[in-house]
Design a protein around this ligand. Sequence first.
Ligand code: C5P
Length: 432
Amino acid sequence: MAQLEARNGLAGLRVLLGVSGGIAAYKACELVRRLREAGAEVRVVLTENAARFVTPLTFQALSGQPVRSGLWDEAAEAAMGHLELAHWAQHIVIAPASADLVARLAHGFADDLLTTLCLASTAPLAIAPAMNLRMWAHAATQANVATLRGRGAAFLGPGEGRMAEAESGLGRLLEPHQIVAELAALRGPKALTGKRVLVSAGPTYEDIDPVRFIGNRSSGRMGFAVAQAAMEQGASVELVAGPVHLQTPAGVARVDVRSARDMREAVLARAQHSDIYIGAAAVGDFRPHEVAAHKLKKTGGALTLSLNENPDILAAVAALKQRPYVVGFAAETQNIEGYARAKLERKKLDLIAANKVGEGEGFDACQNEILLISRDGAERLARADKLALARQLVERIAEKYADWESSNGNRKDTGRARSKARAPRRTRMRGK
Ligand code: C5P
């Protein structure tokens, strides 16, 4: 048990649990119990509305500590002032976090005890939202979430499923055991400390003339989530991004590009100095043979565009003499495993993350599902929102990279030495 606690990173951790108003507040009781079981010391702060759903006495009994909700409680302030409490916390967890609380945190409000503590504390913030699916999906909430993420807050969930109003969708509070597991992952040892990870994300735009281009529907969300997950695992992350409207994850160095050839240049300039390259961009396969200097005019007939094929960035990185561990993505509409495996072989990748696109899946969707394929086998990563999925993916990449690194020696080795070391794997594959 002691060993388990030492490993989970929660033993002895001073957790300030903020509970906001909402029917899911009852789940916070179970969360207190589970956090304490994992070895954490928990102090609970309720918003005024949370106290309408669950009494402070319940939390007091479960946490074994006095529970606070107001800024103006003289006796509580005398025992431990609110600034002292902010200083005491080593991690602030808010579960459930209502849409209102998320908005107030994003805008730096300090009009009650919980928001004041969040502002006054330097402890990392983990937010487990719970709200109606439309409130979660609303642009205002998403903008607030992006703001908070940009400042380094971790969002745990929300999960998908049935809600109090008998509706189903994204917005459910994660189960207490999932919150504890996610918190433990945030606090746990980081798998990519000291590693340089290069990620490409988003679409590419290929200009036809000064106002038109050929693009694709990639939102860049998956690549951005992968960059954030790699950063959370301690890596130093460079993100080469096509034209997207996404906020850069905190701590990630971003380079903006437009065309496939710009992206190739930016990636190749960095790949040799990277330990891992994750090509999550939806690189356009074709570009106009020439870009018209002026806006093309209608001629009353058909316009014929001559297209050239774009260079394959991923294959170029995998062919470098001194190459990083190379991970590709494959968006397929059918025969996912077959096509992805062929791509893994053809482009000489180490790993490929395959997913289904079309009809609300993949590109524009918030959720995704991945089949992770290497020469050794395939593994399915369960459907989840893109950040949760990216975290799982990066964990697997880190494990596989560690094996690859130890079987290929120091990455300063020449490419030839490395491809020799990799030969037996290919032979095994052919035999399958
Ligand atoms: O061949 P396909 O486009 O399906 O392969 C997808 C994978 O290859 C993705 O990882 C994508 O980033 C990468 N790719 C690339 N350069 C291209 C085309 C695709 O790096 N020109």
